[in-house]
Design a protein around this ligand. Structure first.
Ligand SMILES: NC(=O)c1ccc[n+]([C@@H]2O[C@H](COP(=O)([O-])OP(=O)(O)OC[C@H]3O[C@@H](n4cnc5c(N)ncnc54)[C@H](O)[C@@H]3O)[C@@H](O)[C@H]2O)c1
Length: 274
């Protein structure tokens, strides 16, 4: 899909009120796309919408909790009512959680799975049938993470959710190839991108050090605008794997492959640099 062909077409972005989603929405608008912004943080969503409108973009902002299947259906209805088609869907909303598995409150664990994994499922169930009814090419990108192939202790709910997104995306790629071959499906697997994700992660007494460490780590990461450009370059090339940090991904993937292939214990993942 050539980026110049996206002018006048519609992109739907979840988690568009901040970070990578905001960057992707801004990039889509810069391509001349209509942008449908969804986020549970209505105030931040409104601010992003106002900024993009001020730049001349056609914007529809729909406060949406991706945990709620009916709300995501309403998002799809609103997008199609306003623009009549969707060419790019970015299932991107996500959040983090830190701590030993048995210490993280059950509601927090469930919220991570609900947003990161079921939120993507809700996007697919609401949009795929509509996008599939349109014979024109379209593209779905699910934001996963290097956490979709790697393991980090004390980030277990996140890793479990992202491994789920990885499996879901590979499966849906095959399902779309069978049922709706005009829909391309990609997984976006960022490394460190400087966003608010660890600012919003609940901090418990036991996780304060980890939270500080990760906040500092991703502050050094690439900007959301840079990540968004790589995301759209991946769409243009029709890559299945869209990466921000290919070398880090390769290193983690090789370790994962070795652990699986040689049936090693998980500590082998942490031999040498991780
Ligand atoms: N920043 C990184 O280093 C990094 C690395 C790998 C993967 N990711 C993934 O990128 C995606 C975007 O994260 P980000 O880093 O831009 O973080 P961010 O916190 O800046 O943005 C995430 C957005 O998702 C929204 N959101 C949270 N719960 C929601 C819900 N229930 N319904 C709708 N929206 C909701 C938040 O309000 C926020 O605006 C996530 O899926 C995250 O896991 C980020």
């Amino acid at each position: 899909m050539r980026l110049e062909d996206l002018r006048g077409r519609t992109a739907v972005v979840t988690g568009a009120g901040s970070g990578i989603g905001e960057g992707a929405a801004r990039y889509a608008a810069s391509l001349g796309m209509n942008v449908v912004l969804a986020d549970v943080a209505a105030e931040r969503l409104g601010a992003v919408a106002a900024e993009l409108r001020a730049g001349g973009a056609a914007v529809l902002a729909v406060p949406t909790d991706v945990r709620d299947a009916a709300a995501v259906d309403a998002l799809a209805e609103a997008a199609y009512a306003e623009y009549g088609e969707v060419t790019v869907l970015l299932n991107n909303a996500g959040l983090e959680s830190l701590g030993f598995t048995w210490e993280v409150p059950a509601d927090e664990w469930r919220r991570v799975i609900d947003v990161n994994l079921l939120g993507v499922f809700h996007g697919l169930r609401s949009f795929v049938p509509r996008m599939g009814a349109d014979p024109r090419p379209s593209h779905i990108v699910n934001t996963c993470s290097v956490g979709g192939i790697a393991i980090t202790p004390r980030m277990t709910a996140y890793a479990a959710s992202k491994h789920g997104v990885q499996a879901l995306t590979e499966s849906v790629y095959l399902e779309c190839a069978e049922a709706f071959p005009q829909i391309a499906v990609s997984v976006f697997s960022p490394g460190q991108v400087a966003t608010r994700i660890f600012e919003d992660a609940p901090v418990h007494e036991q996780t304060a050090d980890d939270a500080g460490f990760w906040r500092d780590q991703i502050r050094e990461g690439m900007t959301p605008d840079e990540a968004a450009k790589l995301l759209f370059d991946g769409i243009a090339r029709d890559d299945f794997w869209i990466l921000t940090h290919p070398e880090a991904f390769e290193r983690l993937a090789s370790k994962r492959a070795r652990v699986l292939g040689e049936k090693l214990r998980p500590d082998a993942l942490f031999d040498g640099r991780n």
